[in-house]
Design a protein around this ligand. Structure first.
Ligand SMILES: CC(C)(COP(=O)(O)OP(=O)(O)OC[C@H]1O[C@@H](n2cnc3c(N)ncnc32)[C@H](O)[C@@H]1OP(=O)(O)O)[C@@H](O)C(=O)NCCC(=O)NCCS
Length: 181
């Protein structure tokens, strides 16, 4: 996928850098951030952020993913990450997290909107979003962007931190009108 820098009012998206490692580790070490994601381990092991950055750089270079650091506009510090994972040609999954001190300020919503624009520019016509039971903030982020329940993908039982939970699937059709198009 091509590099795109997006600036959407309160946030800017930029490529991840090796020196983002400490900011990532500090923010995702928070169980309240990690617990709602599919892959962030808790406790967060030493070196995990560096390993993540290397892996993200490799999969981005291969076109399998696109990761962007989320910053506040005018401030280069990473406050979250937004990503696309290619599922098949034209279809990708949107992911994101924001450090807890920055919650409730519209940052994830603005970052998601920016990434949806990037996805559309890259020819993606269908975006998927997966949210665990009990994460209304993330459901609100997707709903505000126009995502709806994916009736083709019923809730899936997953195990996270030893607990069974349901993963709800949402979809945004980028060929349709409305906020997402
Ligand atoms: C989900 C997350 C990214 C939201 O980040 P954020 O920057 O606070 O999000 P925003 O401020 O843009 O939007 C939050 C939305 O949740 C709503 N909200 C906040 N608290 C809520 C609650 N307790 N119940 C329901 N909705 C709530 C807000 O009203 C807002 O919706 P609106 O824009 O329609 O008003 C952040 O909480 C996070 O990183 N969580 C942990 C990781 C995670 O869940 N990642 C997504 C995995 S699917």
């Amino acid at each position: 996928m091509r590099t795109t820098v997006a600036d959407l009012g309160i946030v800017a998206l930029r490529p991840l850098r090796a020196d983002d490692s400490a900011a990532i580790a500090a923010q995702v070490s928070d169980f309240e951030v990690a617990r709602w994601t599919a892959r962030i381990p808790h406790p967060y092991p030493p070196g995990a952020a560096d390993a993540f950055l290397l892996d993200a750089a490799a999969t981005d270079a291969a076109g399998a993913t696109l990761h962007r650091a989320v910053t506040r506009a005018g401030d280069d510090s990473l406050v979250g990450i937004v990503s696309l994972v290619m599922i098949r040609p034209g279809v990708a999954e949107l992911g994101y997290w924001v450090g807890r001190v920055a919650w409730g300020q519209g940052i994830a919503g603005a970052a998601a909107a920016a990434m949806i624009g990037i996805a559309r520019d890259q020819g993606i016509y269908r975006l998927l979003g997966k949210v665990m039971d009990g994460n209304p903030r993330s459901m609100a982020v997707l709903a505000r962007q126009g995502f709806v329940t994916d009736h083709e993908a019923p809730p899936e039982e997953v195990v996270r931190d030893g607990q069974r939970t349901l993963l709800h699937s949402f979809v945004l059709d980028l060929t349709a009108g409305g906020q997402g198009a």
